[in-house]
Design a protein around this ligand. Structure first.
Ligand code: ATP
Length: 236
């Protein structure tokens, strides 16, 4: 069974087609990178998978059913995620864990995400990178079958990134599927099993990162693939 199955997905906002015939299937246990220039449709893809928005046309399935039915089995880190500011790290992880039948112990999640020494701090007292780690802790606490991570390491330093990917890969080794968006191509080469490139709301390349990097340079391959959308889309 595919963990993610999207076919012919269109998402329109007035005249803007955020997605324009997206086809994407992801098998269990893979770490998949979603790449694309600004506005290519990455965040919209996550919003559809999380049932935060509905497709204008096409089919979206998560864990074999409609996205709404899979909610409790999916963990997510979104760019737009808001957090209550006056709650402590420990309280918040405990609270979110309560909503999940298979939740991990709070101290275990905090240790895994390097937040053990920050357990008593309020959210407002966290640094940008620590806040990202808290979002990861909240995404992991329910032991999700699917992790959706929208630019998860954007605010992290090198050591935090490395620790972050250790956790994400460990979740995948345990059977979870990971879909993450990033603009960091080194991260894709180092951590993804598969890279999917979006341009203009559809998939323009899909394969092992090494296979996409024509001649070994992932950045050159990305510029080549994503450029038509940056230039205004399909004018040739
Ligand atoms: P970035 O790398 O900048 O985060 P992205 O690949 O995540 O970009 P999306 O956020 O999915 O791109 O946006 C795709 C397109 O849809 C963009 O043109 C964006 O302006 C448009 N769009 C997304 N959400 C809305 C909305 N709620 N209303 C109107 N237009 C939207």
């Amino acid at each position: 069974m595919d963990v993610i199955a999207m076919s012919g997905v269109v998402k329109s906002y007035g005249d803007v087609r955020a997605l324009d015939g997206l086809d994407l299937r992801v098998e269990r246990g893979l770490v998949v990178a979603l790449l694309g220039a600004n506005g290519a449709g990455k965040t919209t893809t996550f919003e559809l998978l999380l049932d935060l928005v509905r497709p204008t046309a096409g089919r979206v399935e998560v864990l074999g059913g409609p996205p709404g039915a899979a909610r409790g089995r999916v963990g997510a880190m979104l760019q737009s995620a808001g957090l209550p500011e006056q709650v402590t790290v420990r309280e918040l992880v405990r609270l979110v864990g309560r909503a999940h039948p298979r939740a991990l112990q709070v101290h275990e999640v905090l240790a895994r995400t390097g937040l053990g020494t920050r357990a008593r701090r309020t959210v407002t007292a966290l640094s940008g990178g620590e806040r990202q780690r808290l979002l990861l802790a909240l995404a992991l606490v329910g032991q999700p079958e699917l992790l959706l991570l929208d630019e998860p390491t954007a605010a992290m330093d090198v050591l935090s990134r490395r620790a972050f990917w250790e956790q994400a890969r460990a979740a995948a080794a345990g059977g979870a599927t990971v879909l993450f968006a990033t603009h960091d191509l080194a991260e894709v080469a180092a951590f993804a099993d598969r890279a999917v490139v979006l341009a203009g709301g559809r998939v323009v390349a899909d394969g092992a990162p090494a296979s996409l990097a024509l001649g070994g340079d992932l950045e050159a391959a990305f510029v080549h693939l994503a450029a038509p959308a940056v230039a205004g889309g399909g004018h040739r």
